[in-house]
Structure formats: C-alpha cells, structure tokens
Design a protein around this ligand. Sequence first.
Ligand code: AMP
Length: 214
Amino acid sequence: MKIIMLGAPGAGKGPQAKQIAGKYEIPHISTGDIFRANIKNGTDLGKKAKEYMDQGLLVPDELTCDLVMDRIQQDDCKNGFVLDGFPRTIPQAEALDAALTKIGQSMDYAIDVDVPDENIVNRMSGRRACLDCGATYHIVSLPSKVEGKCDHCGSDLVLREDDKPETVQKRLTVYHDQTQPLIDYYKNQGILKSVDGTQPMEAVFTAITDILGA
Ligand code: AMP
C-alpha cells in the first residue's frame, strides 16, 4: 500500500503517518525528519536545508526529490510506504509519479488531513519536539510523561524554530501557494480521500483505517 499524507503543517499528519506505518507494517518516510537528521549530523544537505527550513520556506525540489526517489526504491519499500511531508509541490508530485511509472507502479491513496488555519496556529505553538529522536508532542493534546523530556530517549523537548508563530504564518502561506494545489492533483487522479483533522487523534486514525481497510 503506497500512501501520501497531505495537510497543512501542524494538521497532525506526522503522528497519523507513524500509526499507519505501524499498523500496515510499511516504512514511514518523512522528508522533514530526513532533513532534521542531516542538520543534526552536520551534512552538506543539512546545512543547505536549514537555511530554508528556519525561514518557513520549502527546501528546493532539486535537493528533495532525489533523496525520496532513492528511499522508495530500497528493499523495505517493496510492500509500500507512507510519505509524510512529500510531495509538497506539483513538480515533486510529478517526479514521484514519473519514478513510479518507470517501475510499473502508482500511488494508491492521498489522504488529506483537513484542519482550518485558525486551529493550526494554536496547535503549533503547543507543539514540542525532541531534536534527538524526532518524536513530537503537544503540551495539551499529546503531552510527554515527564514535562519537557522525551518519552523515548529522555532528551529535552523544545519549540522548534519552524514552529514559532511568525514562522508558522509563513509556512501556512507557503502551504496554500505551493502544496494545496496537490489536493486537486490527486482528486484528478481519483485517489484523494479527506478526513476531518479537527477530531481527536484516535478518531482521525479510525477515519483513516476505514478508508484503507483492515
Ligand atoms: P515537516 O517536518 O514535514 O513539517 O517539514 C519541516 C520543514 O522541512 C518544512 O517546513 C520544509 O522547510 C522542509 N521540508 C520537508 N519536506 C519538504 C518537501 N517535500 N519539500 C520541500 N521542503 C520540505
């Protein structure tokens, strides 16, 4: 099963993608996580990506597409994968389609986790992230067991630079300009499904599994 998660930054597509990956035993591929791992390891890609990420801008397609195309051709992706945060532009979607067509495949589902902008800004200011293992929390809806500490690795939790309110506004503008057109793109392909992302996380996940099947 090959799934794309769509939705504004902060719509909750990351935690949903992780749960989908667990239930259907397919890899969770998050371009944001890949960039953050590169930043942490001080790679050239990480240095370039950080300049864009800290400003709430998209990393250019030429730095993004090849790394995803390489990833989805690895062995563990044979039975499918769930893409989280990719594609984010029409050229990225076209590059993905072209790569899959070459190997006689296509995406199965694009799931849009729909949350209005006004909810997003509130949500993101409460988001906390572990920069060591990438886990994310929310001070109200998904708190860590010990305040300020990651449940998985015990590291400090922080408000990510790109989750600060002024950056979130910028990311929302970028989302509407560059990513939202993908909703029509996948609607035209007949694979778009929408879920109401304002519901509690468990209800969103149930709506998604209703779409994907047991
Ligand atoms: P995320 O964790 O998915 O919200 O991504 C964090 C940041 O990484 C985004 O705001 C972008 O700057 C960058 N990024 C992640 N995925 C992509 C992508 N597919 N294309 C361009 N930039 C991306």
